[in-house]
Unconditional design. Sequence first.
Length: 404
Amino acid sequence: MKIGVDLRSLEGGAQHRGIGRYATELIQALSQVDHHNEYVFFVSHPKAVPPEFKLHPKFMTSAAHGRGQGWRGVKYARILAITGRPLSVDSYDVDVFFQIDMTQPIRVRSTPVVSVVYDLIPFLYKDMYQKVHLGGYTPGHLIGYSRMRLQWTRYYQWLQRYKDSARIISISEHSKRDLMKFVPGIDPEKIIVTPLAAGGPPPTGAAQSERLKKLGLKHFLFYVGGADPRKGLVAFTKSMEVVWQKHPDTQVVFAGKEVLAEDVPEAVKLRKTAEASSRPKQIKRLGFISDEELGWLYGHAAAFIWPSRYEGFGLPILEAMQAGCPVVTYDNSSLPEVTGTAALLVKDGKSMAPAIIKLLDDESLRKRLVKDGKAQAAKFTWAKTAKATLVALEAAGHSKTGVK
């Protein structure tokens, strides 16, 4: 069987972000478990080079490209183009097409398509993500406003296209339920849940970097991830006032590229909240961190804090547990699926302070969470994800249902 895989989302240095990270880990795992199917990697144009995967030597692959980017490749016209030219899937000799990103346009009538759903955050938090401001009346403002309005119209159209997929891969049970809610009439039997997994454990034995040494970290809580309102960083920072009443020396480390971004409104709010706190010097905001620094922080943090109000999966939680760092998070969305009973779950919307104090006060509890967390993380492997994905791809390729 020939399996086409859409890798256009991984172009432009996106291999290690979001969808690119998922695709990279999954394809590398597929190369270990599937040595009888051929995989055709699709890119947007001949000069686009597929990402460098670490593949098993028996894994059969080839590359193909579409008809270019259309108007997006024209110097001045590209500002009016929302998407590239659709990939005509039926023009290629593949038995099934694996669409890892629904926003990459395709044109298909007879080839079965397997699509992936990660989360429906932009639709669940519509006011937060879809609010488009005009900003001004210059040509640039008008074009930008029009592009965003049209972009969200396209997103709703793409969402409905899940109905046409032969099979759908969902990264969590919660995302599956959300998809069924927002796309009424979709067949639940064709939605296959394939949870994610953590990669190899970060190097927790790595030496402390010079940058981290300068911070003077001794007893700290750790967060790594994005900075948007859904992540709950501002509310968590305010709750530290309660923690400090019992544990005044506790520090907080926020890491992630967005945490320091002055063009990200929530990051600016986080900075101002930290500066206005009673202990601003005990709140450390880092930007991008290396794998070695990540490993050191996981290995030395008193706890990993994940105050997010919604996640399609919550991969950093799994990474923290795998690294032996106890986790405090909320009981919302997919998070209980990931943690099981191996984390302190706080009722959604409530302050995390009592749970954090409980963990800091009870060393036996901390040790249990470390042990249980490692056991829980071990249940999630990319090999399992790859095998379940392969079943869905082969079922779609051999079936005559779901054909557009």
